[in-house]
Ligand binder design. Structure first.
Ligand code: HEM
Length: 162
């Protein structure tokens, strides 16, 4: 019962996420990202991309650092149909480009956060065990300064399972 109640609240929360189109029509963010692209030459080196999936044995803090502008740029690349489905959880960058089609929670939720932080949303739906079992194989690097678009709503009951 508690879990059902929690699930219900979580799904209510999820429906408040902004839907993100597969073709970007959010011109405000596109403009913002274009400005960033112009100042960082090596972004245009993708694809092929310099950052690849890391071995699961590599500790998080030993992952290659990926500048936040490159991470955010994936959102713009998405609109050009050559982007990667990178998302950020706790400053770790996960490449969900292939996994997105197999994600048990569907592709839309991951697509909604490409190039963005989705830490609190992720932890509402997944345990640390799931991250270790699935996410660990999707790591491409670590980053910093990627903000979550959404303020985390208060949790009324239950505890974090991370
Ligand atoms: C590293 C990226 C991700 C991985 C490896 C991952 C993995 C998984 C796995 C293994 C499940 C099945 C869990 C189960 O059967 O108990 C799942 C379900 C789910 N995931 Fe993810 N996920 C990722 C990203 C996300 C993101 C960014 C969101 C949304 C914020 C999300 C939302 C969900 C939802 C809503 C479900 C269904 C939960 C349910 O029905 O109880 N996932 N994910």
């Amino acid at each position: 019962m508690g879990w059902l109640g929690l699930r219900s609240r979580l799904h209510d929360g999820l429906t408040s996420f902004e839907p993100v189109p597969t073709q970007v029509t959010d011109f405000k963010s596109v403009t913002e990202h274009v400005e960033k692209v112009e100042t960082i030459d090596h972004i245009s080196a993708s694809p092929p991309f310099a950052y690849t999936l890391q071995d699961p044995s590599v500790p998080d803090d030993a992952l290659p650092f990926i500048p936040p502008a490159i991470v955010r740029n994936q959102r713009l690349c998405l609109s050009l149909a050559n982007g990667l489905a990178w998302i950020v959880v706790d400053n770790i960058v996960y490449d969900c480009t292939k996994f997105i089609k197999e994600h048990p929670g569907g592709d839309t939720v991951i697509r909604s956060f490409i190039g963005e932080d989705c830490s609190w949303q992720f932890w509402r739906f997944h345990s640390k065990t799931i991250m270790e079992k699935w996410g660990r194989y999707l790591r491409v690097g670590r980053t910093e300064g990627i903000v979550n678009r959404f303020k985390e709503p208060p949790r009324y009951f239950g505890s974090r399972n991370r």
